[in-house]
Ligand binder design. Structure first.
Ligand SMILES: [Zn+2]
Ligand SMILES: [Zn+2]
Length: 272
């Protein structure tokens, strides 16, 4: 099966190099993978992302892994953080390297990095629905600015268990409409299975609504450690299959390609 959301030591908060992550993916029987390192920003605002100067090294590591595992397509991507003050930067970044895909993620509301447990206290000083309203507005803005191809972990503010009221469904609907109109893809991200929230992103009703609207899905584990390279993937494949999905999508040089969903796919046991 495919997994288009892998991190490496290049973001300063993951374990495993490109080579180690690719080897773990290959050993687990993944058919195709994509590296989505936290993308650089034009000004330093934190220390947990790829440095722009290291982009050629990251690209070279991916090319080396492609030579090592010719039977497993390896896609070259980034997970881009949308921040409104940098809205003109992304189009320039797209042109500096031959990316296969770019994930749009929102991890910041203003200067608050809301998905990091170090800053979890921020949830105590804000209205939870207001957090979600600001969050979805940023996601829509990122899509309108064409920041990328895939919308990552769509309902991320739930990470530590903070749930919105039903009033926020309308925000989600509007966001899905923007995704559908822009022809973008949603990621079924399994990282939440390992987190406090104990479920995938986005949650079940959002997945079903997106499918009704014809939005395609891709798959990602958001692994920050080779040991988690395929965590939740078997479950995710079965789940989508039960919802009637027969194809997911991948990207090559920013062109969408469909891949058959493999409901019988099982990860090979990793030797540790
Ligand atoms: Zn992310
Ligand atoms: Zn990620």
């Amino acid at each position: 099966m495919i997994n288009l959301h892998l991190h490496t030591v290049r973001c300063n908060h993951a374990t495993g190099t490109v080579a180690q992550m690719a080897a773990a993916a290959h050993a687990a029987g993944l058919r195709e993978i994509g590296f989505a390192e936290h993308g650089p920003l034009p000004q330093p605002i934190d220390d947990w992302r790829l440095d722009l100067l290291d982009l050629p090294l990251y690209q070279a590591e991916i090319e080396a892994a492609r030579s090592e595992f010719p039977d497993m397509p390896i896609r070259f991507g980034l997970e881009l953080d949308y921040l409104p003050q940098f809205r003109d930067f992304y189009a320039d970044l797209h042109r500096v390297a031959p990316f296969d895909f770019l994930i749009i993620s929102v991890h910041y509301i203003g200067d608050w990095n809301f998905d990091w447990d170090r800053y979890i206290d921020g949830y105590n000083h804000r209205d939870i629905d207001d957090i979600y309203r600001s969050y979805y507005a940023l996601v829509r803005e990122a899509i309108e600015h064409r920041v990328g191809d895939i919308v990552g972990h769509l309902d991320l503010p739930k990470r530590f268990g903070h749930r919105p009221s039903d009033a926020i469904r309308e925000e989600v609907e509007r966001t899905l409409e923007v995704i559908a109109r822009a022809g973008l893809v949603l990621e079924l991200n399994t990282a939440g299975l390992l987190e406090k929230v104990q479920e995938v992103y986005p949650e079940d009703w959002i997945v079903r609504r997106a499918l009704e609207m014809g939005i395609p899905f891709t798959l990602g584990t958001d692994a920050h450690d080779p040991a988690n390279v395929d965590t939740g993937l078997e479950w995710a494949v079965r789940y989508l299959h039960e919802l009637g999905v027969r194809e997911v999508v991948t990207f090559e040089r920013r062109q969408m390609k469909t891949v058959a969903l493999e409901p019988e796919w099982k990860a090979a046991k990793l030797s540790t």
